[in-house]
Design a protein around this ligand. Structure first.
Ligand code: IMP
Length: 195
C-alpha cells in the first residue's frame, strides 16, 4: 500500500518509512506523487493541523495521504512552542536558531519538563479518516548535545537513557519517540481498517 506523506520534511519521510515499511506500507513524498502544496496550519491543535494537511494532499493527489503534526510542549512555557514549534521565533530560522531561542526563553528555569507530541492522520479518497496520537516525555537540556535527528532533538533529553534525541541512533529514537508511538497506534488502527 502506498501513502503520500503530507510534508516536505525529508527526515520525517525517512522515519515514517523506517517504522511502516515492515508492514508493506510505502510512504512517498509529495513530489513523487506530483503534488506541491503549502498547507496553512490554521488549527489550534495537533489533531486539527494533522487533518488539514492529510486532507489537502489526499484531495490534490487522489491517493491516501498521511500527515504527522508534531511539536514540543514545554511545561514552564505553558505548553509552548506546541503547534507553533516549526515557526517558533519567526519564519525562516534554522533549527539551531529555534532551539537557541527556546534555551534563552528558559534561562534560569529549574523546572524543565516537556513532551513531544505527534498526531498521525491518514485520509482516504473515499472520505475515511484514521488518526492516532503519541507522546514522549522528557526534559529540556541546558545546552545542545548530539548531532543526529532534526528540529529540537539536540535539546530534548530523555532522563531514562541519559541522552538527548540527537544522541540516539535512529532505531533507538523511533522506539520511544512521539512519532514512533503514534505510528505504532496508527498501524494497529490501519490493520483493523484493512481487514
Ligand atoms: P510540523 O511539520 O508542523 O509537524 O512541525 C513540527 C515541528 O516540531 C518540527 O519542525 C520540529 O521543529 C518539531 N519536531 C517535531 N518532531 C520532532 C522530532 O522528532 N524531533 C525534533 N523536533 C521535532
Amino acid at each position: 500500500m502506498k501513502l503520500v506523506l503530507a510534508s516536505k520534511n525529508q527526515k520525517k519521510l525517512v522515519e515514517m518509512n523506517d517504522i511502516l515499511s515492515h508492514l508493506g506500507i510505502e510512504v512517498c513524498s509529495e513530489a513523487e506523487a506530483g503534488v506541491d502544496l503549502e498547507v496553512e496550519e490554521t488549527g489550534s491543535t495537533f489533531e486539527e493541523n494533522s487533518l488539514l494537511k492529510a486532507k489537502a494532499v489526499m484531495e490534490a493527489s487522489g491517493l491516501p495521504a498521511i500527515a504527522d503534526d508534531s511539536g514540543l510542549c514545554v511545561d514552564c512555557l505553558g505548553g509552548a512552542p506546541g503547534v507553533y514549534s516549526a515557526r517558533y521565533g519567526g519564519e525562516g530560522l534554522s533549527d539551531e536558531a529555534r532551539y537557541q531561542i527556546l534555551l534563552e526563553n528558559m534561562r534560569g528555569q529549574m523546572t524543565r519538563t516537556a513532551k513531544f507530541v505527534s498526531v498521525i492522520t491518514c485520509c482516504f479518497p473515499n472520505g475515511d479518516v484514521l488518526s492516532a496520537r503519541g507522546e514522549c516525555p522528557g526534559t529540556i537540556a541546558y545546552a545542545p548535545m548530539g548531532e543526529g535527528g532534526f528540529g529540537y532533538d539536540p535539546v530534548f533529553f530523555v532522563p531514562e537513557l541519559k541522552k538527548t534525541f540527537a544522541q540516539l541512533a535512529a532505531d533507538e529514537k523511533n522506539a520511544i519517540s512521539h512519532r514512533g508511538k503514534a505510528l505504532e497506534a496508527f498501524q494497529v488502527k490501519l490493520g483493523e481498517y484493512l481487514n
